[in-house]
Write a protein that binds this ligand. Structure first.
Ligand code: SAM
Length: 273
């Protein structure tokens, strides 16, 4: 059953109808298979008082991803995983929907929401086609969810459709620099440009030697800008994240030394015109 508005659907679970695109099917298989590894990080993030973001745990006061007061805001997290970002928004007063493609990730999110006594609406489905009417939300966010696992030409217009005029979309993703420096065997990001910057739209990681699986998306900066403009978003901010000076360990195939010299992650903040 599909909810018709955020307020009607508290505590509901829904799966959008229809055949899933091939990359969404692959990413569902991939994330269901990996969900166990994300339980402990999810638990840790749920316990955090203050949000931190991305692979380098950059504090909220530096990135300002979330409005301080979200009372009376309808918010949606696109690719919510274990749901900790939704929890942070709920703590700021938002009525939150989290949609995720992996039922296993949502199992963890549901358990943690119950343990922390947080009211969230958690939906199983594809963030490229969300079962809510136009203009249902004031705020949409993704941290490494739809932001990298959904096709930007599908999920950016979908986020725009879901937002009310003046509503904001904020997302954090890996940078096009990191993608261009990511060897296609799945090994660490390196100091050489090993892939064409202009042809990184879709990367299929199924056949790689190291950590195979999943289909990811990326665009060169100029195409992100064009997509936002053509969709009807105004760019409020674009942040290139630098790894902290005291960081020494690699994170998720990104060496700290690399990420101190080049942006491994970016944040986009957009407003629906
Ligand atoms: C890295 S997690 C993001 C959640 C959290 N912020 C984090 O970093 O752990 C990626 C999530 O995106 C979800 N995902 C992948 N493709 C999706 C899609 N098409 N629609 C919704 N969620 C999707 C995966 O199932 C996974 O739970």
């Amino acid at each position: 059953m599909e909810p018709t508005s955020p307020k009607e659907s508290r505590q509901s679970t829904a799966t959008p109808q229809g055949v899933l695109p091939e990359h969404v099917q692959e990413n569902r298989r991939y994330w269901d298979g990996m969900a166990d590894e994300w339980v402990a990080p999810g638990e840790r993030h749920w316990r955090q008082e203050a949000p931190t973001w991305g692979i380098w745990s950059i504090p909220e006061f530096e990135l300002q991803m979330l409005p301080e007061d979200m009372s009376d805001q309808d918010a949606i997290e696109l690719g919510c995983g274990t749901g900790y970002v939704s929890n942070w928004m709920a703590r700021r007063g938002a009525k939150c929907v989290g949609i995720d493609n992996s039922e296993k990730q949502l199992d963890t999110a549901r358990r943690l929401a119950e343990e922390h006594d947080t009211e969230l609406t958690l939906l199983h489905g594809n963030a490229e086609t969300v079962p809510y009417p136009d203009a249902s939300f004031d705020f949409a966010i993704s941290e490494y969810g739809a932001a990298i696992w959904c096709d930007p030409y599908a999920w950016i217009p979908e986020a725009h459709r879901l937002l009310r005029p003046g509503g904001q979309l904020v997302f954090l993703a890996s940078s096009a620099w990191a993608t261009a420096c990511s060897p296609l065997d799945g090994s660490e990001v390196g100091f050489q440009l090993v892939r064409s910057y202009f042809t990184t739209h879709r990367t299929d990681w199924r056949e790689v030697e190291i950590d195979p699986g999943g289909v990811e998306f990326q665009l060169p900066a100029s195409r992100w800008f064009r997509l936002f403009r053509d969709t009807g978003f105004e760019v409020l901010d674009f942040i290139e994240i630098q790894a902290p000076e005291d960081q020494v360990e690699s994170k998720f195939h990104v060496p700290a030394d690399w990420a101190k010299k080049y942006p491994s992650e970016v944040v986009w903040k957009l407003r629906k015109r």
